[in-house]
Design a protein around this ligand. Structure first.
Ligand SMILES: *Cc1c(COP(=O)(O)O)cnc(C)c1O
Length: 436
């Protein structure tokens, strides 16, 4: 977890090296030790569970060096597309520590997973039929079924996965659904896992716990129905909410285990192997985004700082500012925290649409030209998931190491060059539409 002094030290080093400044006006940073500490906190929280695989949800930070760091720290990886599967393999996760959860798998994707021995969770019963047809007799893949316990909606509707009409998993409370699920297990002795991902940001812990208790109840019901302990593992999904209001980590992984233990102690008694799929809660607070303030203006009596961090690196915040507020701090051009009196001001991004504002009327020390603005807690789903609007290049990402009073930056993702950007935008087909 980077503290204020560490953020300042990273900014100082980044501006000194020029990876943040005139030629690279926005960049992302990841606290390497912070990531390791978060993994340790997760492992410690589950220390009493005999058999658990912690699979990092790759979409939260699909950067290869980060995935490799997580593999090195003892994590598995949860993937949901051919691209994420490729990244996980390239990062060095062994297939048996990869879990494929794509909600819309092609036959080729299913075949690849079954051939390599990657675990997969079918999203629906039709997908089980496909697996019937594609599964090699000697496949080592653990195969599960994703269910939706339909426990309800959290604070952010678009992040709530266990609603009555969610697109994910088999909707358990629909008429006849439980019977069809029991029958699906009875007919397939190789179907040995149940999976649910109850919620993400905005989903309160008790709601998550209720969904996972229902998952455990269903596993017991199915095992009784088929007359043997066919289901041997439960995949609990991810979704621990992150506190974006200040530097505190809350709730913690320990809180998560405690709430689940209170509601369903049997979840942790070793009768099932467990899989977790945390994303945001492992990375969010271990990353930040920094951008140069290019101009400051005033409009309608309001001060507006025009910066280089907008919806291309903070997409959800710009489009849903109430659901995804980010904490900001202002710094001088060498990274020093500004402590002048605060005034309300808009902090806007560089994109050509009026809504490209990361904070409205935020109380901050008056930002001025050449200052830096830091968007905190953006280690998950922010700079690692850029948006290509206005053809802005993907910013560079740097790992930050603080050792013996020194701050070292290591490249994690090279800033995209304009040549790469042209190439990505059809550069090699430049004449395609004028010479038939
Ligand atoms: C996104 C996702 C996760 C991770 O969710 P976080 O809120 O980032 O922890 C876990 N499991 C599945 C299936 C997901 O789609």
């Amino acid at each position: 977890m980077p503290h204020q002094e560490e953020v300042q030290a990273a900014l100082r080093e980044a501006t000194r090296e020029g990876v943040l400044g005139e030629s690279h006006p926005v960049a992302g940073f990841i606290d390497i030790q912070g990531v390791r500490d978060s993994v340790t906190a997760l492992q410690d929280a589950f220390a009493q569970v005999p058999d658990v695989l912690h699979a990092f949800a790759a979409k939260a930070c699909p950067l290869l060096p980060v995935l490799r760091l997580l593999a090195d720290a003892g994590m598995g990886c949860e993937v949901a597309s051919p691209g994420e599967t490729r990244l996980a393999l390239a990062a060095g996760f062994p297939p048996e520590r990869i879990v494929l959860d794509s909600p819309v798998k092609t036959r080729a994707e299913i075949r690849e997973a079954l051939t390599l021995g990657i675990a997969l969770n079918a999203d629906n019963l039709a997908e089980l039929d496909r697996i019937d047809a594609l599964r090699p007799a000697d496949s080592r893949s653990v195969i599960g079924l994703r269910v939706n316990p339909q426990v309800g909606v959290g604070v952010i509707a678009a992040m709530s996965t266990a609603t009555p009409h969610s697109k994910f998993g088999v909707a358990l409370d629909d008429p006849g659904a439980r019977a069809r699920v029991r029958e699906a297990f009875l007919q397939r002795p190789w179907l040995t896992r149940l999976h649910a991902h109850v919620g993400s940001q905005g989903c309160p812990l008790p709601l998550i716990a209720e969904g996972l208790a229902a998952l455990h109840g269903l596993a017991e019901e199915i095992n009784e129905f088929v007359g043997r302990r066919q289901i041997t593992s439960l995949d609990l999904g991810g979704g621990l909410p992150v506190n974006f209001a200040d530097d505190t980590t809350a709730p913690t992984f320990e809180d998560y285990v405690k709430v689940l233990t209170d509601i369903r102690p049997a979840l942790f008694d070793g009768s099932y192997q467990l899989v977790t799929e945390f994303g945001r809660s492992l990375l969010a607070k271990n990353g930040f985004t920094a951008a140069v303030v290019e101009y400051v203006k005033s409009a309608g009596g309001r001060r507006i700082a025009l910066t280089h961090a907008g919806a291309q690196v903070a997409t959800r915040t710009v489009f849903m500012p109430d659901a995804w507020p980010v904490r900001l701090t202002g710094h001088t051009s060498d990274g020093t925290l500004k402590s002048t009196p605060v005034v309300p001001q808009d902090v806007a991004g560089p994109l050509c649409f009026a809504g490209d504002v990361v904070a409205h009327e935020r109380l901050l020390p008056a930002l001025s030209e050449g200052d830096l603005v830091v968007l905190h807690d953006t280690g998950a789903y922010y700079f690692s998931a850029p948006w290509a609007y206005n053809s802005l290049p993907r910013p560079g990402v740097y790992g930050v190491l603080h050792q013996a009073g020194d701050t070292v930056l290591v490249p994690v993702r090279t800033p995209q060059s304009l040549d790469d950007l042209v190439e990505e935008s059809g550069g090699c087909h430049a004449d395609a539409l004028i010479t038939p």
